[in-house]
Design a protein around this ligand. Structure first.
Ligand code: BYC
Length: 480
């Protein structure tokens, strides 16, 4: 067995020889029942005894790391998996650049490091809570299985952060790990930490948008944390990224299949105007302008997850070597940013201006810009589907100042195309830009479960290929 292989000998699968670390194994075993209680209370509602065709990691090698089998979700083997250790790895950025990566927590940065781990950890269960009722309206067994795969893996990502808290942060780490099970998405008194994770995920189009755009924020943040000088965090995040790729695939192809079905239905009915919303909705599909509004809300909420463009917290995390930039080691500069500047878009006296700011203070702005660039690929794929169906419509990312609550553009009134407007106009046109109550009700009216083997709801096209080379009409979930 190589050190990349996952041991299933202890109650907690792992590739870190947990069996030899009795203290941490015991602490995690103590945390485990609380986790299972949380999963039963807040995990997928109504499907805990169904058999689901899920992948489980058997090695952390990039090739062939997962095995598929039918599992009841509460029996899923959540484990602790770290990417292989890179011998001789050094801290890639900040004032300790070039020093050996830390294998233990650097004392002077303990609080900051713990905070980063707790924030990352908090998002994972939050998304499971947000998606808890979606199984009941799944548009197919294929989609239901993908939802549950995402959910169990977000649960595993919580385990990943909880392991770091238990192993490296002693008593306060254990307390934080318990608190991660106590907060609840959207709860008035004990909400999750970041804005987007307290929003509802009311329907499947929201789920697909969330996994496209918010999981992509997850990817960017995990990429930045995988550059950490604290090696256990880096290795943990590197393996999480392997799983994250599938979540974005679920989102992007989910929206793509929704777009595809809308276009097909329009063509079958001879409707060429994508704004003929009433007629299109009568076909039982979601019109493209409403899909655009859904993209607007999810992209703007996800942009808020990058924090303020100019951030002392982010500068400190970078300078201390706890969090790098996207693809830090591939960037051609001194990795310390002592004299560099970065162009940051600002709204000054009602006009957008790009201002050169100290690069070290603009770390969040840079990561957000990298994110915006990364989002383009998905949008292009959707637009290709629309173009292939000869329909004149483009789904576009909204302007980065649109509908923001955090940072430079918080509470500014800006349209999706970047016009600065006044509050009255913003309020008057809000329903053109963001899903209205009526849009929500229409989408909700389509959310009827399609649970026959090979059955797909009216509003979504079947996938081109199934999961694990199985066909689209495979019985991915065996309902009770
Ligand atoms: N909502 O200097 P600032 C994922 C707080 S998603 C509420 O502007 P900073 C996933 C901030 O905490 C990735 N509060 O920002 C996806 C700070 O509070 P304190 C999750 C916010 O600290 C799908 C204050 O405002 N991972 O994995 O530079 C499914 C001023 O902060 C928000 C991470 O985010 C907000 N949106 O950056 C499942 C990585 N934004 O300290 C999972 C870890 C900021 O004054 N976190 N605040 O009390 C970080 O790197 C950073 O903490 C942040 C914020 C990027 C979040």
């Amino acid at each position: 067995m190589s050190s990349n292989d996952v041991s299933y000998d202890t109650s907690i699968p792992n590739n870190i020889d947990l069996g030899a670390d009795r203290r941490v194994l015991k602490a995690l075993e103590k945390w485990h029942p609380g986790y299972l209680d949380w999963w039963m209370d807040m995990g997928p509602d109504g499907f805990q005894s169904s058999e689901v065709y899920l992948r489980t990691a058997v090695t952390v090698d990039i090739q062939g790391w997962a095995k598929f089998s039918f599992v009841k979700m509460p029996e899923y083997r959540w484990g602790i998996l770290l990417a292989p250790k890179e011998e001789g790895r050094t801290i890639p950025c900040g004032k300790h650049k070039g020093e050996p990566a830390w294998q233990e927590v650097p004392g002077e940065y303990r609080a900051m490091l713990r905070n980063l781990i707790v924030i990352q950890g908090d998002t994972e269960p939050a998304s499971v809570e947000q998606q808890r009722f979606l199984g009941k309206t799944a548009p197919s067994l294929y989609d239901m299985r993908n939802l549950f795969q995402v959910n169990v893996e977000e649960g595993r990502h919580l385990w990943a952060m909880v392991y770091l808290l238990h192993k490296y942060f002693g008593r306060d780490g254990r307390q934080e790990a318990d608190d991660l099970l106590a907060r609840r998405s959207g709860d008035q008194d004990h909400p999750r930490m970041l804005g987007a994770f307290n929003e509802a995920t009311p329907d499947w189009l929201s789920f697909f948008m969330f996994t496209t755009f918010t999981d992509r924020d997850g990817k960017m943040q995990l990429e930045a944390l995988s550059q950490s000088g604290f090696d256990p965090l880096s290795r943990t995040c590197r393996f999480m990224l392997t799983e994250e790729a599938h979540h974005m695939f679920v989102g992007e192809t989910g929206v793509g299949r929704t777009v595809q079905r809308t276009c097909e239905a329009m063509n079958e009915a001879g409707i060429t105007d994508p704004y003929d919303i009433e007629a299109i909705r009568k076909l039982g599909v979601i019109d493209l302008p409403t899909i655009q509004k859904k993209a607007n809300i999810h992209i703007s909420l996800s942009l808020d997850l990058f924090g303020s463009e100019m951030s002392t917290n982010a500068a400190n995390a970078f300078t201390s070597g706890l969090k790098g930039r996207y693809k830090e080691t591939a960037i051609d500069d001194d990795h310390q940013l002592l004299n560099d500047t970065y162009p940051v878009l600002k709204l000054i006296d009602g006009k957008f201006q790009t201002v050169d700011e100290p690069a070290v203070s603009a770390i969040n702005a840079r990561l957000r810009d990298d994110y915006v660039y990364d989002c383009r690929k998905g949008l292009q794929r959707w637009n290709k589907i629309i173009a292939n169906n000869n329909i004149d419509f483009t789904i576009a990312a909204p302007h980065i100042a649109f509908h923001r609550k955090i940072g430079e553009f918080a509470n500014a009134f800006v349209s999706p195309t970047g016009e600065v407007v006044d509050e009255a106009e913003w309020l008057a046109r809000k329903d053109e830009w963001l899903p209205s109550q009526e849009d929500g009700e229409f989408i909700a009216s389509l959310m009827k479960p399609a649970t026959g083997v090979g059955e797909y709801a009216s509003w979504i096209a079947p996938p081109k290929t199934g999961i694990d080379n199985k066909p689209g009409d495979y019985e991915y979930v065996k309902l009770d």
